[in-house]
Design a protein around this ligand. Structure first.
Ligand code: NAD
Length: 249
């Protein structure tokens, strides 16, 4: 039987790397993103490896668009086995009291509401079919406090709560929900953040025991493990992948 995954934010970075990694295992992918160019590029990368893929343009901060990407995936593939709930933005890196209300609303809308809506609609479909596996993208900023990312950190701590509490309600019905907490990882999001705040890159590397940023492929490997039955007794976990960063804070 075919395996079907939805990945949000799959047009770039961690989402794209995970789409490619899952495709190598034969998984069909619904690629969700606001970025059409990146999304279509991911579809081509997946199809080149053999599995089927579709691009669905959707803004995860809008509940009706989340419902649409879930409905379109079911229409096309018939089922959802895996969900990598990953789309997110970082924000400007300003201290909290210098941050506009608009930016706060935007980060919360995409990172937290977007993730909640995704789980709300995807889990409903999964549970009708006996269960499924969800990986939510938190962050090192979701397990420790950090300056310059107060709103972002609040949303990523929220992802941790979403992950653990879903398990309390639905693990008995066959649902697994885990989260990843990557430290700074080389993706377009981080590159543009560090271009705007160059001193923060040197600080970040110096603060990581392994003295380097992570790679998207390393994160994709972890997400793939958590999504599959190899991780079948792992539930409600928040797995750090950060070169030792948060464990030495
Ligand atoms: P990225 O910018 O490379 O990719 C994010 C993707 O999400 C983009 O393709 C973007 O178009 C999409 N996106 C943004 N807003 C969206 C919306 N409203 N609806 C649909 N799609 C939207 O970034 P990335 O580094 O791959 O980040 C992926 C996730 O990983 C984010 O949740 C981020 O917070 C998290 N994260 C990243 C790092 C890191 O260092 N790269 C560390 C910890 C956590």
């Amino acid at each position: 039987m075919d395996t079907i995954a939805i990945i949000t934010g799959a047009g770039s970075g961690l989402g794209q790397a995970t789409a490619v990694r899952l495709a190598k295992d034969g998984v069909n992918i619904a690629v969700v993103d606001v970025n059409e160019k990146g999304g279509n590029e991911t579809v081509e990368m997946v199809k080149k490896l053999g599995p089927d893929a579709i691009f669905i343009k959707a803004d995860v901060s809008k509940a009706e668009e989340v419902k649409k990407y879930v409905d379109q995936t079911v229409e096309h593939f018939g089922r959802i086995d895996y969900f990598f709930n990953n789309a997110g933005i970082s924000g400007s890196g300003k201290f909290f009291l210098d941050t506009d209300i608009k930016e706060i609303e935007q980060i919360v809308g995409i990172n937290l509401l977007g993730a909640l809506y995704g789980v709300r609609y995807v889990a409903e479909v999964m549970l009708k079919n006996g269960g499924g596996s969800i990986v939510n993208t938190a962050s090192s900023a979701g397990v420790i406090g950090q300056d310059s990312v107060v709103t972002y950190s609040a949303t990523k701590h929220g992802i941790v709560g979403l992950t653990k509490s879903m398990v309390a309600e639905y693990a008995k019905d066959g649902l697994r929900v885990n989260a990843i907490a990557p430290g700074p990882t080389e993706t377009p999001m981080v590159k543009s953040f560090y271009e705007a705040n160059p001193e923060m890159k040197a600080n970040a590397e110096a603060g990581i025991p392994q003295r380097r940023l992570g790679t998207a492929d390393e994160v994709a490997e972890l997400v793939t493990f958590l999504l599959t039955s190899k991780a079948q007794y792992i539930n409600g976990e928040v797995i750090r992948i950060d070169g030792g960063f948060t464990n030495t804070k």
